[in-house]
Design a protein around this ligand. Structure first.
Ligand code: BG6
Length: 479
């Protein structure tokens, strides 16, 4: 079903995110019949560029990032006919009246701020000044939403001078991932899991987001951020919220976000002994972190593992281990809920032979879920127990089309047009996440500790294994 007609302006329309994600995502939605024929997509950035040149850039982006199975010249031309370009100066006056002429005030207007946060205020102010904002206006802002609590507060304050909270869509693309949403469906659409979803039955939870890429060409940004600001404060925090939150009374933006906020606020401060920070070393043919960021003295982490506690009735005493890093052995993101052992060993197994059930929610790649259960080993050998997975790969269970799920960005952009904020961060959530993150960062900045070196292609520094080992637990393998 197509969404209502809209005008979408992408500030930063020639940038990397626009080329890799936003424009290819829009094309895929167009292909799926979800964009109305009179939608307008306007790329905007500082340098003059004729429409035709911009369309050629968009065509190249589609061919590189969206074409698979969607290679149809007429459809690509159809999509490109919706696209145009205007050069605007975010901090000056050039181009704004031309842009304003393209905007149809009676339709939905979405302004995507795919630019650095230092320009958010300028853009918001000029949209107002040029009367390009009305009741049906939404603005989309990219992460990082600030660098710390103070800057996030400033950003919120600035944006709210011009737009209401209902008009501000703070993107965290992890919330647009198919399995992340499925997590809510599994938790709140079944009776099976929720009664066990608490400290009485759950031994611990592991959240892993492992990447094989290094920081590559993003060294300048990354070295100011590190894994904590780049991944934990936002993506990992959102995963943690969805896994740990109370059932919302309704799947409605504020009901869901109220519950997530409570989780963030209940997070305990993390003592230094529960944190391991790492930095990837080089190897043959692979640059080290130092080389990638061109700073041998850098103390920024490209890996972090932490043990967290949520101080509330449901989770008191259940540790939540999170880890994320670059240049690890595989690209693999998953959440594992590890349940406790059965209280008594009916079959006489030794304690260390008994393992609990594990529910694994696989975010990427190979989206799906699996539940590890104990059964009897088939055959005449008596009551020997083995563990087998009850496996549900979406592709296998639901057919290949189910594996062809919309990319997080395309889903989220459609939600913006529909006016649905459920999968976007509210201002208070972003601030609460920084309020928890800031003291942790301040603590290690004060100590000036060097992150531990780890080999590219490994699972991170050895110390990260110890974080669980010392408590008789172990990380699941990254694969
Ligand atoms: C981004 C981070 O937000 O998420 C990157 O800035 C990271 O450093 C990326 O690589 C991971 O996203 P995905 O969707 O590839 O898991």
């Amino acid at each position: 079903i197509p969404v209502d007609p809209f005008d979408l302006v992408i500030f930063g329309g020639t940038g990397d995110l626009a080329r890799r994600k936003i424009l290819p995502g829009l094309y895929r939605r167009y292909w799926a019949g979800q964009l109305p024929d009179d939608a307008r997509i306007v790329g905007a950035s500082r340098h003059e560029m004729p429409d035709e040149e911009y369309r050629a850039m968009v065509r190249a982006a589609i061919e590189e990032f969206a074409i698979e199975g969607r290679d149809d010249a007429a459809r690509i031309d159809g999509f490109l006919s919706l696209v145009s370009f205007v050069a605007v100066d975010a901090t000056g006056e050039a181009g704004w009246s031309e842009l304003a002429e393209k905007i149809r005030p009676d339709l939905i207007q979405a302004y995507y701020f795919s630019v650095g946060p230092s320009l958010f205020g300028d853009l918001a102010e000029r949209l107002h000044k040029h009367k390009m904002a009305g009741k049906e206006t939404r603005i989309v802002v990219e992460k990082p939403f600030g660098h710390d609590l103070e800057s996030a507060r400033d950003l919120n304050r600035t944006l709210r001078c011009y737009f209401s909270e209902e008009q501000i869509y703070r993107i965290d693309h992890y919330l647009g991932k198919e399995t992340v949403q499925n997590l809510m469906a599994v938790r709140f659409g079944n009776v099976l899991f929720e009664p066990l979803w608490n400290a009485l039955y759950v031994d611990h939870i592991q959240i892993t987001v492992a990447e094989t890429v290094g920081v590559g060409g993003r060294g300048a940004y990354y070295d100011r951020s590190g894994a904590m600001r780049d991944m934990v404060q936002n993506h990992m925090m959102q995963l943690l919220c969805l896994i740990a939150m109370e059932p919302p009374y309704h799947f409605d933006p504020d009901a869901v976000r109220d519950e997530k906020l409570k989780v963030i606020r209940a997070l305990d401060p993390v003592p230094p002994e529960d944190i391991v920070r790492g930095q990837y070393a080089g190897a043959e043919g692979i640059e080290s972190y130092f080389t990638d960021v061109e700073d041998e003295a850098s103390l920024t982490e490209s890996f972090i593992a932490m043990k967290l506690h949520i101080s509330n009735w449901r989770w008191k005493g259940t540790p939540i281990y999170v880890r994320t890093g670059k240049r690890l052995k595989a690209r693999a993101s998953e959440i594992a809920v590890v349940f406790k052992h059965p209280p008594h060993s009916v079959f006489g197994q030794k304690t260390n032979d008994r393992r609990g059930n594990v529910l694994v929610i696989r975010l990427q790649p190979n989206e799906g879920m699996n539940l590890r259960v104990t059964i009897k080993e088939p055959g005449p050998g008596g009551m020997r127990l083995i563990e087998v997975p009850l496996d549900m790969s979406f592709a296998e269970a639901l057919g290949p089309e189910a594996a062809d799920v919309p990319d997080a960005y395309e889903r989220l952009i459609m939600d913006v047009i529909r006016g649905n904020q459920t999968l976007f961060m509210r201002g208070d959530e972003a601030e609460a996440a920084w309020a928890w993150t800031d003291p942790i960062i301040a603590q290690w900045e004060e100590q000036g500790d060097r992150p531990k070196l780890y080999d590219p292609g490994s699972t991170g520094p050895e110390e990260s294994l110890m974080l669980l080992y010392r408590e008789g637990r172990r990380w699941r393998d990254i694969q």
